[in-house]
Design a binder for this molecule. Structure first.
Ligand code: SAM
Length: 304
């Protein structure tokens, strides 16, 4: 169906790693390498890019857009860590959390670390970036990727985020958390499985993921100086997205949703229109969900 635009028809997105280069230098390099720069995209229709064409993305300042056939895995810029191969939707969480240089930040479920390196770029490698993951193998890969990306402000820990003590002295200045927990992956176009899975089994799996996601959210909100937490999944199921956020808001009256990118074409399901969704048809990306939570002061007024 139209909703299942094959993954190979999605544009290729390349995030310029500003820890190593600038967008201008990357664009110049690519032009010298035979690519044809078409300027900034103004709307999604511009994405009928020919083989060697590329553009600047309409929403994200460090993102370049290429034809579905472009492949950078063997490219110098990729091998040197100057560009990161990352879907547009997955660039939203760090961009929206936007932690200032010098701040203390947690990436709760971090491996393989594309969002971690994006956070580090936004922080200009200044401050502290605590990154956790339960999976040692994924964390080892992540370590290599971060080295290549020139990230230096991070501290990796092979640890269950749910067991990290929010009152630990090392986390006392943490104001920003990025939470991108394990999910069904139902938004990943290439991973979609058309074979009808056992309905009951699928239901139980989603319920268990949603309960894990909510526990992670509630845990993140316990860090004493937290200001903002961004939550994301590559799932299209409201059970892992809007329903988890709704439950979290009910359980945490001191938290509110921050309205995100008014110009973004796809919103969270009503009434959570402050949140963003992404999909192959509406945003030319994989399926994705993002919510930004902000702590409000005890008096219920907005915190600066
Ligand atoms: N944020 C990553 C990125 O952009 O590259 C992708 C994260 S992936 C969706 C979810 C990760 O959560 C997996 O690497 C998984 O090992 C990790 N994970 C699962 N349960 C966890 C837990 N309790 N604590 C920390 N990490 C966990």
């Amino acid at each position: 169906s139209a909703l299942r635009a094959p993954g190979d028809l999605l544009p290729r997105y390349v995030r310029v790693n500003t820890l190593k280069t600038t967008v201008g230098d990357a664009v110049d390099y690519l032009k010298r390498d035979g690519f044809c720069y078409r300027g900034q995209a103004l709307k999604l229709e511009n994405f009928t890019l020919k083989n060697k064409d590329f553009m600047m993305d309409q929403h994200l300042p460090e993102l370049l857009v290429f034809s579905p056939k472009a492949d950078f895995h063997d490219h110098f810029l990729y091998k040197a860590g100057h560009i990161i191969l990352q879907d547009k939707a997955s660039c939203l969480p760090a961009h929206l959390l936007n932690p200032p240089p010098g701040s203390h930040v947690i990436d709760a479920c971090a491996a393989p670390g594309n969002k971690t390196s994006h956070l580090a770029a936004i922080m200009e490698n200044r401050g502290r970036l605590f990154a956790f993951d339960l999976d040692g193998k994924r964390l080892a890969t992540m370590s290599t990727l971060l080295l290549r990306a020139g990230v230096t402000c991070h501290q990796l820990a092979n640890q269950d985020f749910l067991k990290v003590d929010p009152d630990g002295p090392q986390y006392k200045d943490v104001e920003y958390i990025l939470l991108d927990p394990s999910c069904s992956g139902s938004g990943m176009v290439c991973l979609r499985d058309d074979a009808a899975a056992d309905q009951e089994e699928e239901k139980a799996r989603l319920a268990s993921l949603a309960s894990f996601q909510l526990r992670c959210l509630n845990h993140g909100l316990r860090f004493p100086r937290l200001k903002r937490l961004v939550y994301s999944t590559c799932s299209i199921h409201s059970q892992e997205n809007e329903e988890v956020i709704t439950a979290c808001l009910q359980q945490n009256p001191n938290v509110r949703l921050v309205p995100l990118l008014p110009q973004w074409p796809e919103r969270g399901q009503e009434p959570l229109s402050q949140c963003l969704r992404a999909s192959p048809t509406k945003t030319r990306t994989h399926g994705f969900f993002v919510a930004l939570l902000e702590k409000v002061s005890d008096a219920g007024s907005m915190k600066e």
